[in-house]
Write a protein that binds this ligand. Structure first.
Ligand code: MGD
Ligand code: MGD
Ligand code: SF4
Ligand code: MO
Length: 742
């Protein structure tokens, strides 16, 4: 008698826009081919076998009754959600006919705009044949700024690369600062490591205008006024220099402009001024600086800053990150394993991005559209031809893009042809002329880096596609065929593409940590991101540049064995002896590059665009500073349609201080209307001390179709950009709140 195993297990990785990139194992019933279980894979010590509450419910997403299973064509008015099923050949023909017509028209191919972000972070499904396709077509380029470009540029100015250490070494940190980071929710495996450090004596501090779950789980919460982090960092440096808590040897040997910086902070950022800007008491600023500067002595180990996105989503977001990045150089914390700062590790993975995306195919002079300014772009407010075709994938801009009422007005344009490729009929898909069904991570192949750990991994498909769903790569193969584009650009299989992208870069192409040069971050456009000035140091002086982070790992072993750690030393301290990949080779406290560009070469405080201190007239109408971080139950707008998760998030809420609520006759549980000149949305008031007076917090990112009133918090956000990096300013809003009356 033969006995067949009832189930098989398949290894993969969570594809969502999350630094943790968890390794997972899918159990599939071999008789039915249906996935029956998802669990964390302990083969990745960083993600340690546990998945977050969102992805613990993943089968509900994969087998959701509302999964799109066939292409659709619009039959009702835009936004109505009325469609009829069509076949793939019909869909591809409809789309390529549009592409051809527009490309041949007087407006030319730049009237076509791809719009994508990080619905999946897999190297292939995030950006490979899609990029090749639109480059070959001559479409407008998209600058993918919506998340991380402000911080990327800010880091690069000071450090020449992203702030990075091996996140696993945070276990050796003893003064841990979550700075604009809701680590417990958005980076839960790092939070676990922070707590192991805490058991060994570390103190955990959180700097956040909101008492987030991270702030609640910390030893100390510093409720900073939104958008004022640079001022706090400058005030801390004032105290460090004043009290002799700086590391003069580190500054002399490895930094540029320590004297100039010292002078600036001494004269311009005394604690009293910083207190007035940040809303933090002088005593707290003094205590924080003292503890940070004396971490070794007081807590027995180095200080570490988890820099995340909270501080970036403001008018001065790039400068905030540039400034905070100066701190570990002033104290010399970079000397120690577990000391320093972390923004992102993604560049340590030397995938061959140029092979995947083929920037050489871009026609010279092609315009770039900043994705944060979709509202403006859809209304023709930029140079060049109007946008006549929008092709959306891996993104849900009707919910996530700022200035929502103008985005939706743009989507309703009769002369706009919109394609949306997604797993579900999202808010954006509702406006599409053609909808295409996408596969989930269970149904396609991919290869993954991470922006929060050092493991590279493969995702194997575990089940057959649901219905007629197709992966992004396959759709672009079909579109390329329909356009008559060269086979050699599009015919490679996904596995072949991955194998070739994994072949590491040559030593001369790598950065000083063995990382990919500044070309593409998880969130930075290939083509418009800042590029590093040439490094004058010799290869030998740069030491690590000769290390290949993929060496010792073969594609075959990844395929067969699962997650593998990059070839980076276990006790890595990347800037222990300088080695900064800036033009000077030093940590640039003073930036000659900024001076040459006509900007202030030293860090300084840039207030938010919408700041009661600097915009009193606007604040007279709209007195409350509103921040809009994502809800713990959702991942951006993903998972809003998964019932158990939406029920956990309950309904759109806004948290406000009792002083602000009383003045407006609002009590907890009341329905309120939040508004400014850009628009309004409805929410339920939660009154309490999770925020200071003058600040309100509304969690994102609801699907509009699940809200009362059909608009989420992006109805009040603006397309104004950060100081540098072209980033979004989602947390920089003045609003008013009033009781909602029908
Ligand atoms: N559960 C869950 N996890 C996620 C996501 C998600 O949507 N849900 N999104 C993923 C993505 S795309 C990203 S980019 C990351 C984001 O990861 P984080 O940066 O951790 O996330 P946010 O919650 O956007 O912002 C962090 C904190 O910054 C605070 N903040 C707002 N303004 C300021 C400010 O001016 N200064 C300071 N110091 N703090 C401020 C907010 O209140 C918030 O608690 O998380 C990823 N992980
Ligand atoms: N107010 C406010 N707005 C924000 C933010 C905020 O904090 N506040 N956060 C911002 C940030 S940090 C980010 S990163 C952006 C995120 O914005 P988006 O990147 O648009 O993220 P999601 O909302 O998760 O939408 C991703 C979509 O991709 C789809 N998808 C997933 N996998 C695939 C696939 O393989 N193929 C295709 N074709 N589709 C797929 C999902 O189903 C989902 O609908 O939002 C930004 N918007
Ligand atoms: S969303 Fe983040 S924490 Fe949750 S399973 Fe995916 S990678 Fe892990
Ligand atoms: Mo993001």
């Amino acid at each position: 008698m033969t006995h067949t195993l009832p189930t098989i297990t398949v290894k993969g990785a969570c594809p969502h826009d999350c630094p943790d990139a968890c390794s997972w194992i899918v159990t599939v019933d071999s008789a039915t081919g249906r996935a029956v279980r998802l669990q964390g894979d302990t083969a990745n010590p960083f993600t340690d076998g546990f998945l977050c509450q969102k992805v613990a419910n993943y089968l509900d997403r994969v087998y959701h009754p509302e999964r799109l299973t066939t292409p659709l064509r619009r039959t009702g008015p835009k936004g109505s959600g009325q469609f009829e099923a069509i076949t793939w050949p019909e869909a591809i023909d409809t789309i390529t006919t549009q592409f051809k017509q527009i490309a041949a028209s007087a407006d030319g191919p730049q009237a076509i705009l791809p719009y994508s972000y990080a619905g999946t972070m897999g190297k292939l499904q995030y950006g490979s044949l899609d990029r090749r396709f639109f480059h070959r077509l001559g479409a407008s380029l998209l600058d993918r700024t919506i998340c991380a470009t402000a911080g990327a540029v800010g880091c690069d100015i000071t450090l020449g690369t992203r702030a990075m250490i091996d996140p696993a070494t945070v276990e050796r940190s003893r003064y841990i600062v979550n700075w604009g980071s809701n680590t417990k929710v958005t980076n839960s495996h790092l939070w676990a490591i922070m707590h192991r450090a805490r058991q060994a004596g570390a103190k955990i501090v959180t700097i956040d205008p909101y008492r987030s779950r991270t702030a609640e789980g910390s030893d100390w919460w510093l409720p900073i006024r939104p958008g004022t982090d640079a001022a706090l960092a400058l005030g801390v440096m004032h105290i460090l220099f004043r009290d002799g808590l700086h590391d003069q040897a580190y500054l002399n040997d490895f930094c540029l402009g320590a004297n100039e910086l010292q002078q600036r902070v001494e004269t311009e950022y005394p604690p009293e001024r910083v207190s007035a800007i940040t809303g933090l008491p002088v005593a707290d600023i003094e205590q924080f600086a003292r503890e940070y500067g004396r971490s070794q002595e007081l807590f027995g180990g180095p200080a570490f800053l988890r820099i995340n996105y909270g501080m970036q989503r403001h008018g001065g977001g790039a400068m905030a990150v540039r400034t905070v990045c100066c701190l570990p150089a002033v104290t010399g914390d970079w000397r120690h394993v577990g000391g320093g700062a972390l923004l992102s590790t993604s560049k340590l993975f030397p995938f061959d991005e140029a092979f995947l995306t083929r920037p050489d195919l871009i026609r010279p002079g092609t315009r770039t559209v900043n994705m944060t300014q979709l509202a403006d772009a859809l209304h023709g407010e930029m140079a060049g031809p109007p946008i006549r075709v929008l092709y959306v994938y891996n993104s849900n801009p009707a919910a996530v893009a700022p200035d929502q009422s103008r985005v939706l007005k743009g989507f309703r344009r009769d002369d706009l042809f919109t394609v949306v490729h997604d797993l579900f009929l999202t808010d954006t898909a509702n406006y599409a002329d053609v909808v295409l069904p996408a596969t989930s991570q269970f149904e396609h192949f991919d290869i993954h880096n991470s922006y929060g750990h050092l493991y590279v991994q493969v995702n194997h498909p575990a089940i057959a596609p649901i219905g007629d769903a197709k992966p992004n790569t396959e759709v672009f193969r079909l579109l390329a065929k329909g356009m008559g584009f060269e086979d050699e650009l599009f015919s490679m299989t996904d596995v072949e593409l991955a194998r070739r992208a994994f072949l590491s870069l040559s030593a001369s192409e790598r950065g000083p940590g063995g990382e990919v040069p500044v070309r593409e971050d998880e969130s930075t456009s290939n083509f418009t991101g800042q590029t590093s000035p040439p490094n004058p140091l010799s290869e030998a002086e740069r030491g690590d540049r000769n290390r290949n982070n993929f060496s010792g790992i073969t594609f075959e072993s990844l395929m067969a064995e699962g997650p593998q750690r990059l070839n980076v030393p276990e006790d890595w301290a990347p800037f222990a002896s300088g080695n900064f990949p800036t033009a000077s080779g030093k940590c640039e406290l003073f930036s000659p590059g900024e001076a040459a560009a006509g900007r202030d070469p030293l860090p300084y405080y840039i207030p938010p665009h919408e700041d009661p201190q600097t915009k009193p007239e606007l604040a007279a109408k709209f007195p409350l500073q509103m921040i809009t971080p994502p809800s713990p139950s959702f991942l951006n707008s993903t998972f809003v349609n998964v019932d158990v998760l939406r029920k956990k998030a309950v309904e759109p809420q806004i948290e406000m201080h009792p002083n602000d609520a009383d003045r407006r006759s609002i009590t907890s549980g009341d329905a309120v209307r939040v508004f400014n000149d850009r628009g309004s949305f409805r929410a339920k008031a939660v009154v309490g001390d999770s925020v200071k007076p003058g600040v309100v917090v509304a969690f994102g990112i609801w699907w509009n179709k699940y809200t009362d009133g059909g608009a989420n918090c992006n109805a009040i956000t603006s397309t104004a950009l950060t100081d540098q990096g072209g980033g979004a300013t989602f947390f920089d809003n003045l609003v008013e709140v009033e009781p909602f009356r029908v």
